[in-house]
Every structure is written in structure tokens, then in C-alpha cells.
Design a protein around this ligand. Structure first.
Ligand SMILES: *[C@@H]1O[C@H](CO)[C@@H](O)[C@H](O)[C@H]1NC(C)=O
Ligand SMILES: *[C@@H]1O[C@H](CO)[C@@H](O)[C@H](O)[C@H]1NC(C)=O
Ligand SMILES: *[C@@H]1O[C@H](CO)[C@@H](O)[C@H](O)[C@H]1NC(C)=O
Ligand SMILES: *[C@@H]1O[C@H](CO)[C@@H](O)[C@H](O)[C@H]1NC(C)=O
Ligand SMILES: *[C@@H]1O[C@H](CO)[C@@H](O)[C@H](O)[C@H]1NC(C)=O
Length: 134
């Protein structure tokens, strides 16, 4: 009796500990890659569909960030389109990053967002070297 009780206690303790550790992967307020190099959140403020103008403007705006070779400040703030198809996006790289590392982080981050938030009009991603929001 006593030993099955203490067994139950340890099982419960294990469940509690697992619940405390697990949320680093999936939290109510976002998702992270396995080692949490990238964490993102898709907002449910509106959706777009594949092939519509919003998507075209969004992907062209984001690839202008990650292929940009002029602005080496590491800060991007730009818009595309009109009315309900208007996309606003900002991106920021850590100040000490080279242009190449900044572009690489923006490229990876925007790929993750476009795949994982593939219908949401609003999304944000944080990585240690950069962040992107639209
Ligand atoms: C990221 O880079 C790859 C390879 O160069 C390219 O195919 C992809 O379109 C880029 N993604 C963005 C969002 O620019
Ligand atoms: C780069 O900087 C110029 C001048 O500040 C700005 O007009 C342009 O929109 C920027 N491009 C991007 C992709 O942010
Ligand atoms: C981005 O640009 C828009 C339009 O110029 C401006 O209203 C907004 O405050 C800017 N955002 C940031 C974070 O600088
Ligand atoms: C937004 O996307 C539409 C549809 O592709 C295109 O006609 C329009 O030129 C885009 N706007 C900008 C500012 O790129
Ligand atoms: C998020 O996107 C990446 C690729 O950019 C993909 O490998 C990963 O499986 C996606 N994660 C989820 C939860 O969909």
C-alpha cells in the first residue's frame, strides 16, 4: 500500500516535471524549433489564400529583405500593395552581424514563417541573430 502510494507520487512528480520542461517546445504563445533557435507566432487576425495578391506582396516583400544588399543597417521597414492586400513588414538583425549572416538569418526566418504560418496575415519570428514581423 505504502509503496504503491509512493510509486504514484513519483509518477505524478515525473508528469509535473515533464509538463514544466515540455513547454519550451510548444507554448500557448508560440512555437519553437527543437533547440529553440527560432521561435515564432502566427496571429489569428486574418488569413490569406495561396496565390492571392496578399501572398504575392508578402513573399516579394520578404524576399526583398533577405536579398537586399544595399541597406546594411540591419533594419528593414517596408510595405507592399494596397488596401486589404497591403503588407507591412519589419526586420532587424543584431548589430554586430555581417551583411551575409544577417541575410542568411532573414532568409531562414522568413522561410519558417511562410511555411508554418502559411495562411495567417500576421506573424512574428525571433531568432538569436534576427527577428522578422509582418
Ligand atoms: C532563401 O534562399 C533560398 C536559396 O537561395 C531561396 O530559394 C529562397 O527563395 C530564399 N527565401 C526567401 C524568403 O528569400
Ligand atoms: C533600403 O533603404 C532605403 C533607404 O533608406 C529604403 O528606401 C528602402 O525601402 C530599403 N529597402 C528595404 C528592403 O528595406
Ligand atoms: C515603419 O514605417 C512606417 C511607415 O513609414 C511607420 O509608420 C512605422 O512607425 C515604422 N515602424 C518602425 C518600427 O520603425
Ligand atoms: C501587390 O501584388 C499585386 C498582385 O501581384 C501586384 O499587382 C502589385 O504590384 C503588388 N504591389 C506591390 C507594391 O508590389
Ligand atoms: C516549420 O517550417 C520548417 C521549415 O521552414 C519545417 O522544417 C518545420 O517542420 C515547420 N514546423 C512546423 C511545426 O510546421
Amino acid at each position: 500500500m505504502g509503496s504503491s502510494r509512493s510509486m504514484l507520487f513519483f509518477i505524478n512528480l515525473a508528469i509535473i516535471i515533464l509538463n514544466l520542461v515540455a513547454p519550451t517546445i510548444a507554448q500557448d504563445d508560440g512555437m519553437c524549433t527543437e533547440k529553440a533557435e527560432y521561435c515564432w507566432k502566427c496571429s489569428n487576425t486574418g488569413t490569406y489564400t495561396a496565390g492571392d495578391k496578399y501572398q504575392e506582396n508578402l513573399s516579394s516583400l520578404l524576399s526583398s529583405f533577405s536579398s537586399n544588399t544595399q541597406n546594411n543597417s540591419g533594419f528593414y521597414n517596408s510595405s507592399r500593395g494596397q488596401d486589404s492586400n497591403k503588407v507591412n513588414a519589419i526586420a532587424l538583425c543584431r548589430g554586430d552581424l555581417s551583411q551575409d549572416s544577417c541575410q542568411a538569418c532573414l532568409n531562414k526566418s522568413t522561410d519558417i514563417l511562410l511555411q508554418n504560418c502559411s495562411t495567417q496575415k500576421e506573424a512574428i519570428i525571433w531568432a538569436e541573430p534576427c527577428m522578422v514581423r509582418y
